[in-house]
Design a protein around this ligand. Structure first.
Ligand SMILES: *Cc1c(COP(=O)(O)O)cnc(C)c1O
Length: 355
């Protein structure tokens, strides 16, 4: 008789829960840190024409050479540093983790942070170690470095700024971690257009540093493109783990087009930053609401009853992320992506009702 999935699938996978993605049909969508703006109509037409030219009968150039060269120029990647492309940075996180998952190898992360690091530690068989952030979600550098010396991780992930808290760790703390680490340190700069702080220009200084970025938070979440920058000796190994054709022809063409118009996306992101400042003040004025500092395109808040607020928002057609129950430090926390001005107004009015 055939065995069941419960009998055949690895125990650690049976114990996982699939990454939750809510159905957002018809909702004001403030749950996933997307840029709320679409490309302007004229650019969309141009993009359509460009995509129509793509040779979809052919496999993509496996390393996305032209796109990598364009990224290297636009992002001012230092001399001697190489790029690797991923099907989103989620793909890159998996590639790096699987490459370093030798038997007994440890991944060290602060917590709470992006759950995908932990999921990949589990899937790859790495041992996960973590150090709690402070109560205000700032980085406890002394505790982290002490843990680092104790568990000697092969791999450290720091989201810079962090998700779901929005806090940008001090530059000196990040430097201290990189210098103390014998293993590889990955700085995940998914929100760099909002934070405008980066270690990418300094990559050549540190032999054990990788910087990861994505275009997802910059208005292109749908095309699935992430990129990683590191010394060539790291990229050479990661390339062996990467699926040969991991970034589609259509993605490469769309990304090349978007990079030619990067200033449009950056202006839209700047508008979101201005909205973030206003929304923070308005949210903090609500009774019983604490708003944490954020350098990303979202705000983390603590409310008196997160489930009640979340349900009330849903009923009024507003989708945010409820983090209550995911980690003790995130009790009664909601994460709200900054939307367009009218979306933020709807959110504020709805939250006033829902608290
Ligand atoms: C959103 C996010 C990612 C995922 O980016 P994709 O390119 O869409 O896979 C990676 N890291 C952090 C910290 C994020 O918040």
């Amino acid at each position: 008789m055939a065995l069941t999935p419960q009998q055949l699938v690895r125990a650690e996978i049976l114990a996982l829960r699939a990454y939750p993605v809510a159905d957002a049909a018809g909702m004001v969508k403030l749950d996933a840190m997307e840029l709320p703006y679409r490309l302007p109509e004229a650019l969309r037409q141009e993009l359509a024409a460009r995509l129509a030219q793509a040779e979809v009968n052919r496999y993509p150039e496996p390393t996305g050479k032209r796109l990598r060269q364009q990224l290297a120029r636009r992002m001012a990647v230092p001399e001697g540093i190489e790029l690797m492309l991923g099907n989103g940075s989620d793909d890159l996180i998996q590639i790096v983790t699987f490459a370093l998952a030798r038997p007994g190898a440890v991944m060290l992360i602060p917590e709470p942070t992006f759950v995908v690091y932990r999921i990949n530690a589990t899937l790859s068989g790495m041992t996960l170690a973590s150090v709690p952030l402070r109560g205000d979600f700032s980085f406890d550098c002394d505790a982290f470095v002490a843990k680092l010396r104790e568990v000697r991780p092969a791999l450290v992930f720091l989201a810079y700024p962090n998700n779901p808290t929005g806090v940008l760790y001090a530059q000196s703390d990040v430097e201290a971690v990189i210098r103390a680490a014998e293993g590889l340190v990955v700085l995940d700069e998914a929100y760099h257009v909002y934070a405008r702080k980066s270690f990418l220009p300094r990559l050549a200084e540190f032999p054990n540093l990788v910087v990861m970025r994505t275009v997802s938070k910059l208005g292109l979440a749908g095309i699935r493109l992430g990129y990683l920058a590191a010394r060539p000796e790291w990229v050479a190994e990661f390339n062996k783990v990467r699926q040969v054709y991991n970034v589609s022809v259509l993605t490469q063409v769309a990304a090349e087009f978007a990079l030619e118009h990067l200033e449009v996306l950056e202006e839209q992101a700047a508008a979101v930053c201005a909205e973030r400042a206003q929304l923070r003040v308005q949210l903090a004025a609500l009774p019983g609401v604490t708003v944490y500092p954020s350098e990303a395109n979202f705000l983390l808040l603590r409310v008196p009853d997160a489930q009640r607020a979340f349900d009330g928002l849903c009923r009024q057609g507003v989708l945010v992320r409820n983090f209550h129950g995911t980690h003790p430090m995130l009790a009664q926390c909601l994460r709200i992506t900054v939307g367009k001005p009218e979306e933020n107004r709807i959110l504020l009015n709805a939250l006033r009702e829902a608290l």
